[in-house]
Write a protein that binds this ligand. Structure first.
Ligand SMILES: *Cc1c(COP(=O)(O)O)cnc(C)c1O
Length: 732
């Protein structure tokens, strides 16, 4: 009702006011300040159209772009481009969006309405213009909150604000990674200080054994979800602590535990100061596992409970998602660091040093065992899950010794497979194709299988044409990036000129973009360079490869992998066939996953917990070519992509690598390449297009973030909040 009234009121406003330059400008600013724009391509295109060149130069940041306009110039530009009604309409849609509660949330979220989910994550990847993420984990958090917003799941998100974010990647003339840290001005982001009931900006204080750390709290809006970010760059902190949250995953162990203290304990205090009383705490990865300790403290103080009882009640409302089967991927700290940072809280909890340390150990009495954040999270939550079916099995085995009296199948770690936020990753051109052929309003049913069956009614020629348009967009993007890289390196004009002729849209194009961790084996395809050279240079059926990805600054072997790929890209055997583009981020990822024919993923099984980039590829018509690991182990059905290996691995890495490489080459030579180049009289690769349709129909809905958030809500959030429940799938 309120909604309709306001619209009616707006209509009665005199036109001059509604269309004044200032009013128009204000509407654009309002649009730029809710990240809702980032998953609505038509709204995003509005900003881009205002000044396409600056838009690109500014990393697609509408806040900065608008600052470069005066209201008058904006109005002029809007009239040249006939943008008035588009801006008005986008503004109305945002307002309507904010004032309505979606049907799914209305009918399924029950008790969460009164007490929302508090979702904790060390990083959020929402858009490339907000550099507070490093990779997969952050993008997953971003997709999670976007889907929570879309479905109407009551949820607030808590993270850290890093003014230098993760690093920007460059490579030197030897192909060695160089990290550049770029400072972001807070005025350039759609953030404001979070305020308490009296309107005062919130600062939280966290005591340690050697002083207090302060953090101010920022507020961002991602659709209906409020995101709160803690930032230690505050007056009153000593110079080191002011830098504490400057960089994502930077610094030493002490920096790390301090960041996690701020995220977990500071995060819970921030929610309190905001007057938010969550019904559920969701710890997305172990980084935030200190949060429940602070909740326990509140419970003891507010309700007079004993520690053990407060722990039990807190664990009941805590959901923990573990993300890595790689042992080194779990944070571990020595006892002194734990005591230094958790000591004051421990005093309030009334527990001994040994008791606290025991909570982070598999064997509480084992003084040699470091304090592990994953163990802490498992002990402080009653709802734990892995992120794919296979990862569930691995996690139950990995943590079985925490429940020595249980058989493996009964280890209480279930799984909810990751998914991606469709409106964020779906190319505009594909969106229009689906709009033409799917039922009206299909986007509201994107988590349902039936919605996607219509892909079989799409004319193969139309699907192929759309895919090729996207492939061309990708190849131009790659050439542009390669030109920029070459200029910066000071390459000759001649070689810069040659980039224009690099990459051919008729050639089968394989993409590989991800973190360069060694287990992901970016160089597996180069294991037999001559065999690969024969494949990519086949005169009738050539292949080209595009690589991108960052290595963690301290991961020397990862950096060497990058160097190796870059050296191959300069090797005459691979001239014109292999390229590496720098600075993999959300923007680079989006181009790659929207334009490749094939997405290659060959981790050493079973070390990929889930992976999500391949799910983004599905939506846009690309085919996955992957080891049967993570999500692909449960997604591949023989007709919706290609498999590497048979889902087994040898105890020897060397033998596993040898076998997987052999399988990769065989599949490439006998299956992938022939199918791509087998054309009918109409010039179309019909078998290939059928596979694209199979992939879209069978996978798009299942591996969507909407399906994922629905699963979390029904299988974890509602039970944790004490509402109706559904069992979380565990062994199978
Ligand atoms: C989706 C995404 C990832 C996750 O990729 P995986 O292949 O699943 O590891 C990492 N980084 C960025 C920027 C992404 O957009």
């Amino acid at each position: 009702m309120a909604n309709v009234d306001m619209m009616a009121q707006e209509k009665t406003e005199p036109d001059s006011a509604e269309f004044s330059a200032q009013a128009l400008y204000d509407k654009c600013v309002a649009l730029s300040r809710n990240l809702w724009w980032s998953w609505h391509p038509d709204v995003l295109h509005l900003f881009r159209d205002l000044d396409p060149i600056r838009w690109r130069q500014l990393d697609h940041n509408p806040v900065v772009l608008l600052r470069e306009f005066t209201p008058e110039r904006l109005a002029q530009r809007a009239s040249e481009l006939v943008l008035y009604s588009r801006i008005q309409q986008a503004y109305r849609r945002l307002r309507e969006y904010m004032q309505t509660k979606p049907a799914w949330g209305r009918t399924h979220t029950g008790v969460l309405g009164a007490r929302p989910v508090a979702y904790f994550s060390a990083e959020f990847g929402i858009h490339e213009s907000i550099p507070i993420y490093s990779g997969g984990l952050g993008v997953l958090s971003g997709d999670h909150i976007k889907s929570a917003s879309g479905l109407g799941v009551p949820l607030v998100a808590v993270g850290l604000f890093y003014d230098q974010g993760y690093f920007r990647q460059r490579t030197d003339e030897n192909g060695y990674q160089v990290e550049e840290y770029v400072h972001t001005n807070v005025e350039d982001l759609p953030m404001e200080p979070a305020r308490d009931a009296e309107g005062k900006p919130i600062t939280v204080a966290i005591e340690t054994r050697d002083g207090t750390v302060l953090a101010k709290v920022w507020w961002m809006q991602a659709g209906r979800v409020n995101l709160y970010l803690l930032d230690c760059d505050v007056e009153g902190n000593n110079p080191q602590d002011r830098e504490l949250t400057a960089r994502l995953y930077g610094g030493d162990e002490r920096t790390r535990i301090r960041q996690e203290l701020v995220l977990g304990v500071g995060g819970v205090r921030a929610l309190r100061a905001l007057g938010i009383n969550p019904g559920v705490y969701h710890l997305n990865e172990g980084h935030s596992a200190f949060a429940p300790l602070e909740v326990i403290r509140h419970r003891m103080a507010d309700n007079g409970l004993k520690f053990d009882d407060a722990l039990r009640e807190t664990a009941r409302q805590t959901v923990f998602t573990t993300h890595t089967p790689v042992p080194a991927g779990h944070d571990r700290f020595g006892p002194d660091l734990v005591e230094e940072h958790l000591g004051p809280l421990r005093d309030k909890l009334g527990i001994s040093r040994e008791q606290l340390l025991g909570l982070g150990r598999v064997e509480p009495q084992d003084d040699d065992e470091p304090f592990c954040m994953t163990v802490l999270a498992l002990k402080l939550s009653r709802h734990a899950n892995a992120v794919s079916s296979l990862h569930g099995h691995i996690s139950r085995r990995m943590w079985a010794h925490l429940w020595p009296w249980r058989v493996e199948e009964e280890i209480p770690i279930g799984h909810i497979t990751n998914g991606v936020h469709i409106p964020t990753w779906l190319a505009w051109q594909m969106r229009q194709l689906y709009d033409r052929h799917f039922d009206a309003g299909w986007i509201h049913r994107m988590g349902e299988a039936e919605t996607w069956q219509h892909i079989y009614q799409v004319d193969p020629g139309e699907l192929w044409e759309t895919h090729n348009a996207l492939k061309n967009v990708l190849l131009s993007f790659v050439r542009r990036r390669l030109t920029r890289q070459a200029r910066r390196r000071g390459d000759s004009e001649e070689s810069i000129d040659a980039i224009r002729y690099l990459l051919d849209p008729r050639i089968l194009t394989i993409g590989f973009g991800r973190r360069f961790a060694t287990y992901k084996r970016a160089d597996l395809i180069f294991r037999d360079p001559d065999r690969l050279a024969a494949i990519v240079n086949d005169p009738e059926r050539p292949v080209q490869l595009i690589f991108a990805g960052k290595a963690h600054p301290k991961d020397e072997p990862g950096k060497q992998l990058i160097q190796r790929i870059i050296q191959f890209s300069r090797d005459p055997r691979f001239a014109h066939r292999v390229v590496f583009i720098e600075d993999y981020d959300i923007n680079v990822c989006r181009h790659l996953i929207q334009g490749v024919d094939v997405w290659l993923n060959n981790p050493r099984r079973p070390l990929e917990a889930s992976g999500t980039s391949g799910q983004k590829v599905v939506l846009n018509g690309g085919l996955n070519f992957s080891v049967l690991d993570g999500w692909w182990a449960e997604a591949y059905d023989g007709t919706n992509g290609f498999a590497i290996g048979d889902g087994t691995s040898h105890v020897s890495d060397e033998i596993t690598d040898q076998r997987d490489a052999e399988s990769l080459y065989e599949a490439l030579e006998n299956e992938v390449v022939p199918m791509f180049y087998s054309r009918d009289a109409d010039g179309l690769p019909h078998d290939w297009i059928t596979r694209m349709q199979n992939s879209i129909a069978s996978l798009a809905w299942r591996f969507s973030a909407h399906r994922m958030v629905m699963d979390y809500t029904l299988a974890a959030y509602l039970p944790a909040a004490g509402g109706l429940s559904r069992a979380m799938p565990s062994s199978g």
